[in-house]
Design a protein around this ligand. Structure first.
Ligand code: GZL
Length: 364
């Protein structure tokens, strides 16, 4: 305490003054932290929203882009703690990860399911623990849809329909009246992406006269397996193959390598004994091959879910309703300028002609 009118302070008074001065100094200093101190200041660990992210694996360019999109959307500086688990393309690993997230009592679980079935028990455990599960990209098939909060992803059957309709229109424009022999390098068997794209091709083969499905085998959405499957198909069918339907870009990379190694030509001129490659994903590398006409048509499957998933979680945190099922818009690309749109399911979809600028701008 400071006494008034006194020209010298007692011991107590001096101590009080020193304490007061220290308090004032402390107050001033605390208000002017260095920039780096503020920058380094992150939300307290316990205040972060924790998210368990069960990712399928790292099998393809698409998958890596999908992982990056989610990681970039849930940063600590934005108040999130993302716990990432790579399932290495095995459902048992993903189920184990879900159970670990429950033990860690995360706030939300993000799941991209490698296959559609076999999730009921793990999802029931999450529901009983009160942890909302958002499924994205591929779908789950469960006995009770209340086992998860929402799904957002692609319409894989429509992707396949658009790809096959493009081929139908293309064959018309080059006046190819004969039969076409098609081989199908499938994705991971049992995944929604594979089932949708495969079924669309099988339905088109039934619908369009002269379309023959020579062979089908899974390339597991990888370059190496796609190459191996193509090598086997070339041994069995050789130059009888007209169309190679690759269910993702990485399989197309592998198929192209196998076809060129075997001395066959790749391109849109199937009448001139070139093999025509179709693909899905529309990655930057896939579109570069499309511009070179090594891939005739590339049907997009966007991996950029991060911002959408973050918006959904922010809505849930705010107590808002979110749609149970959300399909995302996707494009289609080709270097063939004769087709600018295809109609599927009663809707006209634009076909974008690839060019360098478009490829440069791609986020993945
Ligand atoms: C489809 C996605 C598929 C991609 C592949 O949404 O699940 O898995 O098409 C990826 O590239 O491996």
């Amino acid at each position: 305490m400071i006494r008034k009118g006194s020209d010298s302070l007692s011991g107590t008074g001096r101590t009080a003054l020193l304490i007061l001065a220290a308090l004032i100094m402390g107050f001033i200093l605390s208000g002017c932290k260095g920039e780096d101190e503020e920058a380094a200041e992150l939300p307290e660990e316990e205040s972060l929203v924790t998210i368990g992210f069960s990712q399928i694996g790292s099998e393809s360019d698409w998958r890596m882009a999908s992982t990056k999109s989610v990681q970039d959307a849930f940063l600590a500086e934005d108040g999130y703690s993302l716990i990432f688990n790579d399932g290495q393309q095995k459902q048992e690993n993903q189920i184990k990860a879900i159970r670990e997230f429950i033990d860690q009592d995360v706030d939300y679980i993000l799941l991209d399911p490698c296959v559609e079935t076999g999730w009921d028990s793990a999802l029931l455990e999450a529901k009983e623990a009160g942890i909302p599960v958002i499924v994205y990209d591929r779908e789950v098939k469960v006995s009770d849809e209340s086992l998860y909060t929402a799904w957002m992803g692609s319409d894989f059957y429509l992707e396949g329909q658009r790809a096959c309709k493009w081929l139908y229109e293309y064959l018309k424009r080059i006046k190819h009246s004969g039969e076409v022999n098609i081989v199908d390098i499938q994705g991971t068997l049992g995944s929604s992406a594979q089932m949708g794209r495969t079924k669309a091709l099988e339905d088109a083969v039934r619908e369009y006269p002269g379309w023959n499905l020579l062979d089908q085998a899974t390339g597991e959405f990888t370059t190496s397996k796609g190459k191996e499957v193509m090598e086997d198909m070339l041994i069995k069918h050789g130059g009888n193959i007209d169309i190679v339907y690759c269910e993702n870009d990485n399989e197309a990379y592998g198929a192209i390598e196998a076809i060129e190694n075997a001395g066959y030509r790749i391109g849109p001129d199937i009448g001139g004994y070139e093999m025509l490659i179709m693909s899905f994903d529309s990655t930057r590398e896939g579109l570069r091959l499309t511009e070179e006409e090594k891939i005739a048509v590339n049907t997009e499957c966007s991996p950029l879910y991060g911002p959408r998933l973050r918006s959904m979680i922010e809505a849930l945190r705010a107590g808002k309703e979110v749609p149970f099922k959300t399909f995302i818009e996707e494009g289609q690309f080709s270097a063939f300028t004769g087709i600018r749109e295809v109609s599927a399911d009663g809707t006209d979809y634009a076909v974008t002609i690839v060019n360098d600028a478009l490829i440069e701008e791609r986020e993945y």
